[in-house]
Design a protein around this ligand. Sequence first.
Ligand SMILES: CC(C)(COP(=O)(O)OP(=O)(O)OC[C@H]1O[C@@H](n2cnc3c(N)ncnc32)[C@H](O)[C@@H]1OP(=O)(O)O)[C@@H](O)C(=O)NCCC(=O)NCCS
Length: 147
Amino acid sequence: MPDVVIRKMAERDLMEIVALEKEIFADPWSYEAFRTDIQNPMAFPLAAVIGESIAGYSCLYIVAGEMQIGNFAVAPDHRGRGIAKLLMNRILEIAKERECDLIFLEVRESNQPARSLYESYEFKVVGRRVGYYRNPYENAILMTREL
Ligand SMILES: CC(C)(COP(=O)(O)OP(=O)(O)OC[C@H]1O[C@@H](n2cnc3c(N)ncnc32)[C@H](O)[C@@H]1OP(=O)(O)O)[C@@H](O)C(=O)NCCC(=O)NCCS
């Protein structure tokens, strides 16, 4: 695999990230949403970068010792090469550095690749939010990982 660097998301990344976000998700986050995260001291937006190009990204929030993974994606052209694992390893490091005792996230019930990824990192299903997603309408599965 070419060298992948995981670093803080920067404003110069956003055109590429927003284009990927629109390609990947039916209910994409806006440019403004990512930009707000870059400026929010409680947010930890990450980019996975190969050379000058964005291979993946994730947006995290830490409140009262709990980390939320609010967004997580790998560019379609770069999937299946361990980039999600690199992002997840960095997420766990940040959670430990910041002394979080829990990480939580929501995922579409039918999203088997993402659910398998999270299960491989010992996230457990702890709940279901009925009709949480639109486009298409779907339940969310709530998963947590204790630290
Ligand atoms: C889910 C996603 C992030 C995985 O990224 P990736 O870089 O391809 O994943 P990796 O190559 O690092 O694989 C890590 C693990 O994820 C799981 N996984 C990845 N792709 C999978 C697939 N197509 N089917 C089943 N499991 C899969 C496996 O557990 C894999 O571990 P393994 O290779 O040891 O079996 C990527 O498919 C993606 O961006 N999907 C669209 C956006 C999305 O669904 N985000 C999550 C929203 S909650």
